[in-house]
Design a protein around this ligand. Structure first.
Ligand code: GEK
Length: 244
């Protein structure tokens, strides 16, 4: 059985900013599945996108890979010859565990796990780039450059899967979606204290933007189409395409 996330179950006098350290990496699979509504669907469909859009002799990227769920989903989906996968995470614990998990997985497509900052890793000859719930951790002033780098590194016909927690322009909708997300977490077994302390730990670290902001950035970077293919409460995923 996977270890259970109980990191925020005891009262803390002071809640520090969230970091992706060894304690988080040890429970990460349980944490993300019980915290992000629709996470399993996003991962499962990453396989479908890889099957459809990975091009022969290209590179598929998993940026902010954590334990490599998206990279391994792509690995199962890719049917074109000559592809390889580059999975990147700057957390030492995440990258180390991801490397072990990828080595135990029996897929045929090579997976290279890099412990690096996604801002420093070149994106080249790409056909599928997955950034599942990672852009939200970059400082907002660095997000345009990140998306531009991905667009420039994609081949024509390539796709960026961008999954994010989002904010809403309308205050009433923001309150509704936030409440529903918290109710989801409680249904998944987190207590009110855990929800409150985790929220506090993320408030300076995970900075959600609106769907409009994401769409505008993608368009400005050159993506001609961006389809919202998934949304559950305040989590969504866009498939953005570089024209053929
Ligand atoms: C999944 N995609 O399971 N460079 C590299 N990695 C980073 C950076 C950065 N600048 N900033 C944050 N990370 C995964 C889930 S989790 C999402 C992604 C979440 C990494 C960070 O170390 C963490 O592993 C990951 O991005 C975000 O589909 O926890 O909400």
């Amino acid at each position: 059985m996977e270890p259970k996330d109980t990191l925020y179950s005891d009262y803390r006098e002071r809640v520090a900013d969230f970091v992706f350290d060894a304690a988080v990496a040890a429970v990460f699979d349980d944490m993300i599945r019980r915290s992000v509504p629709g996470y399993a669907t996003v991962i499962a469909m990453t396989k479908v996108f890889a099957e459809q859009y990975a091009q022969a002799s290209s590179v598929c990227y998993d940026l902010g890979c954590s334990l490599g769920a998206s990279a391994l989903a792509m690995r199962k989906g890719i049917i074109q010859p000559g592809c390889r996968i580059v999975a990147v995470d700057n957390s030492e614990s995440m990258a180390a565990q991801c490397r072990e998990i990828a080595a135990l997985d029996d897929g045929g497509v090579p997976v290279e796990v890099k412990q690096a900052d996604i801002r420093d890793v070149p994106v080249e000859n790409a056909s599928v780039v997955v950034m599942n719930f990672t852009l939200q951790f970059l400082s907002p002033d660095q997000r345009n450059a990140m998306i531009q780098k991905i667009y420039d590194g994609l081949r024509p016909g390539g796709v960026l899967l961008l999954s994010e927690k989002i904010a809403f322009e309308d205050a009433d909708k923001e309150a509704f979606e936030t409440d529903m997300h918290h109710e989801f977490k409680k249904l998944m077994g987190y207590s009110d204290l855990e929800v409150a302390q985790k929220r506090k730990s993320l408030e300076n670290v995970l900075l959600p933007e609106t769907l409009t902001t994401h769409r505008t950035r993608l368009k400005t970077s050159g993506f001609t189409k961006a389809h919202l293919w998934f949304q559950c409460f305040n989590f969504m995923s866009l498939a953005a395409f570089k024209e053929k």
